[in-house]
Design a protein around this ligand. Structure first.
Ligand code: FAD
Length: 108
């Protein structure tokens, strides 16, 4: 299996890319499916200790997936990623820049 870092980088690329293509006005059905997707993702993520901590983080107050719009979901994913960054002793990413990084491209 891939190592935890390679798996992580690929997984964050997939997850942030999903938020970047998420609708600005998702239907109630899609919102519900997206919540289910994140919960199942948290169960199936193939690094057991990562999955365990991620599921626990999602269960905390205010951390359940926010999926009512692209902006909300993109920010939520950024916050989820930052929780892992902090746990690993990395600097948190500026979530005002999630869209520039993952959707529209850097401005420079
Ligand atoms: P990554 O953290 O993989 O980030 C890739 C790129 O995303 C960065 O270069 C940056 O441009 C951008 N980025 C960084 N932060 C954000 C943000 N907040 N929002 C938007 N974009 C951002 N590893 C462990 O060792 N232990 C764990 O418990 C663990 N749990 C994980 C749980 C999940 C759900 C996932 C998906 C990964 C987990 N990882 C864990 C892997 C870890 O998060 C990193 O992917 C890995 O350490 C490689 O880090 P990296 O520095 O290359 O960049």
């Amino acid at each position: 299996p891939p190592d935890v870092e390679t798996l992580g980088r690929s997984s964050w690329t997939l997850l942030h890319s999903i938020t970047a293509q998420y609708p600005e006005n998702p239907s109630p059905t899609l919102q519900s499916e997206t919540r289910t997707f994140m919960n199942i993702f948290g169960k199936l993520y193939p690094c057991w200790f990562c999955a365990k901590d991620f599921q626990e983080w999602m269960k905390k107050d205010g951390n359940a997936p926010r999926v009512s719009s692209r902006e909300e979901f993109g920010r939520w994913m950024c916050e989820a990623h930052n929780a892992v960054n902090v746990k690993l002793g990395k600097k948190p990413f500026d979530c005002d820049k999630w869209e520039e990084r993952w959707r529209t491209g850097w401005k420079d």
